[in-house]
Write a protein that binds this ligand. Structure first.
Ligand code: GLN
Length: 276
């Protein structure tokens, strides 16, 4: 039998083997092991059709996460749509750093600004079920995706719509122990915006349409009144922005200002503490 078996579909897909394998596995709703063991058996017609549709869209550049409608982050499966940024593995560093700051604090309060898919807020809420997690986004569409993720994964998160701290206008003015954000930090005109997956992601999640530091500045300069004494602000940023972000944090009166490197060795997040 030829044509509709896994081996031939993958070989003729024009995609890298691991990527084609993943798409076929999902299209046929089978495990990776099954696919390898039965790679010369004909697959059902609907699975073949679904795979060929996905493979064509992938060849045209659509991100795998949008085709599958899902991306794993902190070992949880998050639903993603083109309304939200696709969670990146390096952002797990932001979650781990926030969780480390919360260790030993009972029922901590956490704020995630610009939550997108909710990956950060939901992961923190799942790791710390005693935490009060608030997550904001200016996009109602993104908040619907995030709320769906919280519901499906069983996380308790309070979602609020609005730009940065404006989203908190109707919430009790209680200070947070940690504020985290992965804001848009790519400068307008950056060539990466017209390459790869980024072409398909929401521009407002990627770029401030300015120098790349505007959102980071707005979040850093507005944080103090929302932080408890000893509370921390941590933000993700671009590969060349760590020094600028540390400067804005020090200027804003933060202490213990530091940056952390991701697994690629790039200073990926910076943060500091409210002296109280
Ligand atoms: N990390 C993303 C990228 O460079 C950008 C995400 C963001 O701007 N927050 O692909």
């Amino acid at each position: 039998m030829t044509g509709s078996c896994a081996r031939e579909l993958i070989a003729s897909s024009g995609l890298p083997r691991p990527e084609a394998g993943l798409l076929l596995q999902r299209a046929a709703r089978v495990s990776r092991t099954w696919l390898i063991a039965h790679d010369d058996e004909p697959l059902p017609e609907d699975a073949v059709r679904r795979f060929q549709d996905w493979a064509a869209r992938r060849r045209a550049g659509e991100p795998v996460a949008y085709l599958l409608g899902e991306r794993e982050f902190m070992s949880h499966a998050f639903t993603v749509t083109p309304a939200v940024l696709i969670p990146r593995p390096e952002t797990e560093l932001l979650v781990e750093t926030a969780l480390a700051h919360l260790a030993g604090r009972h029922a901590p309060r956490v704020l995630d600004l610009g939550t997108g898919s909710g990956a950060i807020a939901v992961s923190i809420a799942l790791a710390r079920p005693d935490a009060h997690v608030t997550a904001t986004d200016s996009s109602a569409e993104a908040l619907a995706v995030a709320a769906g993720n919280a519901r499906r994964l069983g996380a308790r998160v309070d979602f609020r719509q609005g730009s940065w701290y404006d989203a908190l206008r109707d919430t009790p003015a209680l200070p947070f122990d940690v504020i985290v954000s992965n804001p848009p930090y790519i400068a307008s005109g950056d060539v990466h915006l017209s390459q790869g997956d980024l072409r398909f992601e929401p521009p407002q999640a990627l770029t401030d349409r300015a120098d790349g530091l505007q959102a980071l500045r707005a979040i850093a300069s507005g944080a103090r009144p929302h932080l408890a004494p000893g509370g921390a602000l941590w933000m993700e940023h671009g590969w060349d922005q760590a020094e600028d972000v540390r400067d804005m944090l020090r200027t804003g009166g933060f202490q213990e200002v530091a940056s952390r490197r991701d697994l690629a060795g790039i200073e990926r997040i910076s943060g500091g503490e409210h002296p109280g």
